[in-house]
Design a protein around this ligand. Structure first.
Ligand SMILES: Cc1cc2nc3c(=O)[nH]c(=O)nc-3n(C[C@H](O)[C@H](O)[C@H](O)COP(=O)(O)OP(=O)(O)OC[C@H]3O[C@@H](n4cnc5c(N)ncnc54)[C@H](O)[C@@H]3O)c2cc1C
Length: 427
C-alpha cells in the first residue's frame, strides 16, 4: 500500500498550525464545502494536503495531535491521518569489520580520465587516514590501464582496473554489474563516486545490487570518530537545510560527491602503488542496454565546470540583455558564463549557468562577478576561486569584501570600456 495522508474534515479548525510546520509547503487552507457548513461545522476554512508534494515527515500530524492534547473539546484537532507504507527491512550486514578500505571511482569519459578522480582521491585520503585503512581507485574502460599510475601518483594505494572492449563506452548496466561484482568480492568499507551524470546514474544501481545505501550529491564528508561511519552531508530542501546522512547497517557506505567540492590531490611523481587487473564475467549478469551513439550538445559557450575563467552576471545587469555584455567579455577572455540564482529564477539565463549552493560549484583561476551581491548561497559555489574580481555599485556588498580586486561603479559603464580595451590589446 502506498503512503497516504488526509485530513478528517470535521476535526479540522483551519488553524494553519500544520501549514506553518510543513517543510515542503504542501498544505493549503481552502474554503469549506457548503455541505460542511450545512452540517453545522462552524470553521470557515479547512486544510488540504498535496499528497504529491508531501514527504510524509509527520510534522503536521504531530502538531495537530499536540493541539488535540491541549484542547478542551475532544472533537477538534487530531485531524490528520498518515498511513505509511511498511517497507520490509533489507538484511543488514553481518560484520562491518569484514569491510576495509576507502574506494573512489575514477571516471573516464570518452577515453579521458576526469579530474573528479583526483578530487575524490583527495578527500578519500583524509577519510582513509582517519580510518587507518587503504585508499583505492577503480578504473573502468577500454585502454585505460595507463591512467592507473596517474591515480597512484595522486594518492591511490591500489588501483583496480577493468580494461575491456566491453567498457569502451559507458553503459549503465554493464558498468554497474562489473562494479557490484568487484564490491561483493573485495568488500570495501566506503565507496565514493563523482556526482556527475555517469556517477549518479550507475552509483544508485550499484548500491541497490550491493544491498547498501548511497547519499547523492554530498558536499562534505567526514568519519565519525566514535563509530567509524561515514557522515555524508548535502544540501536539502532547496539548500535550506544541510542534512547529514548515515548508512549505519550496510557496507560499503556509498556517496556521490558534487564535483569541485574538494580540491584535487597533488601529484607525487614516482609514487608507488599496486595495480590490480580485474576480469568480469558478463554472462552471469543480465545486460540489456547497448551503446548506440554519442551526440555532443552544441553550445556556443564553454561549460563552467572546466573553465579556468568565469565571468558571472547577477541582478545588477538590470535586464536579460545585460548578458550580451557578459558573454562578449567571457568570450574575449576565453572563459565561461556564470550567473546568480536571481537571474536564473528570472529566466534571463538557463540553470546550467547557475553557481552556488543550489547551482554548481566552481574553482576557476579567475572569477569575475558583475552585479552580484555575494549572498552566502552564491559564495558557497565560488569562494574557492583563485582570484576574484567584483564589479559593483555598492562597496559594502559581500562580494566586494571577498574580492581580491573590487571595482566600484556602474557595470553598464565599466564593462563596455573594459571590453573595448581588451579588443584593442588583441588587435
Ligand atoms: C535555499 C536558497 C538557495 C539559494 N541558492 C543560490 C545559488 O545557488 N546561487 C545563487 O546565486 N543564489 C542562491 N540563492 C539566492 C541568494 O540568496 C541571493 O538572493 C542571490 O544570489 C542574489 O543574486 P544577485 O546577487 O544577482 O542579486 P542581488 O542580491 O539583488 O544583487 C545585485 C547586486 O548588483 C549590484 N548592482 C545593481 N546595479 C548595478 C550596476 N548598474 N552596476 C554594478 N552593480 C550593480 C547591487 O549593488 C547588488 O550588490 C539561494 C537562496 C536560498 C534561500
Amino acid at each position: 500500500m502506498p503512503n497516504r495522508i488526509y485530513v478528517i474534515q470535521e476535526r479540522c479548525t483551519g488553524c494553519t498550525a500544520c501549514a506553518k510546520v510543513c517543510p515542503v509547503t504542501c498544505i493549503d487552507m481552502v474554503e469549506r464545502p457548503a455541505d460542511d457548513k450545512a452540517k453545522g461545522v462552524k470553521w470557515p476554512r479547512l486544510a488540504v494536503i498535496d499528497e504529491i508534494k508531501c514527504i510524509f515527515c509527520g510534522a503536521c500530524v504531530d502538531t495537530c495531535n499536540t493541539l488535540g492534547e491541549k484542547a478542551k473539546k475532544p472533537d477538534i484537532f487530531r485531524a490528520i491521518v498518515m498511513e505509511k507504507e511498511t517497507v520490509a527491512p533489507t538484511t543488514p550486514i553481518l560484520d562491518p569489520a569484514l569491510f576495509k578500505g576507502v574506494w573512489c571511482y575514477a571516471e573516464v569519459r570518452h577515453g579521458k580520465l576526469m579530474s573528479t578522480a583526483f578530487e575524490l582521491l583527495n578527500i578519500g585520503r583524509k577519510l582513509a587516514g582517519d580510518l587507518k585503512e587503504d585508499l583505492s581507485a577503480v578504473l573502468i574502460g577500454h585502454n585505460v590501464s595507463a591512467s592507473a599510475q596517474d591515480l597512484i601518483e595522486h594518492g591511490a594505494d591500489k588501483v583496480y582496473v577493468l580494461d575491456d572492449p566491453m567498457f569502451a563506452q559507458f553503459v549503465d548496466e554493464a558498468y554497474a554489474a562489473a562494479l557490484t561484482d568487484l564490491i561483493k568480492r573485495e568488500k570495501p568499507n566506503k565507496f565514493l563516486l563523482p556526482a556527475s551524470t555517469i556517477g549518479r546514474s550507475f552509483g544508485s544501481r550499484v548500491a541497490i545490487s550491493a544491498n547498501t545505501g548511497i547519499t547523492a550529491d554530498a558536499t562534505e564528508l567526514a568519519i565519525d570518530p566514535q563509530t567509524g561511519t561515514l557522515d555524508a552531508t548535502r544540501p536539502s530542501f532547496g539548500g535550506n537545510l544541510m542534512a547529514t546522512i548515515l548508512c549505519e547497517k550496510h557496507r560499503p557506505e556509498m556517496a556521490t560527491v558534487r564535483p569541485m567540492s574538494f580540491p584535487r590531490s597533488d601529484r607525487q611523481p614516482g609514487r608507488q602503488g599496486k595495480v590490480i587487473p580485474v576480469t568480469f564475467d558478463a554472462s552471469q549478469w543480465k545486460i540489456r542496454e547497448k551503446f548506440v551513439e554519442f551526440v555532443a550538445e552544441k553550445s556556443e559557450t564553454q561549460d563552467i565546470a572546466s573553465a579556468e575563467t568565469i565571468v558571472s552576471g547577477g541582478r545588477g545587469l538590470g535586464k536579460p540583455e545585460g548578458f550580451k555584455l557578459i558573454e562578449e567579455f567571457a568570450k574575449l577572455l576565453g572563459g565561461a558564463v556564470g550567473a546568480s540564482r536571481a537571474v536564473v529564477d528570472a529566466g534571463w539565463i538557463p540553470y546550467r549557468h547557475q553557481i552556488g549552493l543550489t547551482g554548481r560549484t566552481v574553482r576557476p583561476k579567475l572569477y569575475i562577478a558583475c552585479g552580484i551581491s555575494g549572498a552566502i548561497q552564491h559564495l558557497a559555489g565560488m569562494s574557492s576561486s583563485e582570484f576574484i574580481v567584483a564589479i559593483n555599485k555598492d562597496p559594502q556588498a559581500p562580494m566586494m569584501q571577498l574580492a581580491n580586486l573590487a571595482v566600484e561603479g556602474d557595470l553598464c559603464e565599466i564593462l563596455p570600456l573594459v571590453i573595448e580595451e581588451i579588443k584593442k590589446l588583441k588587435g
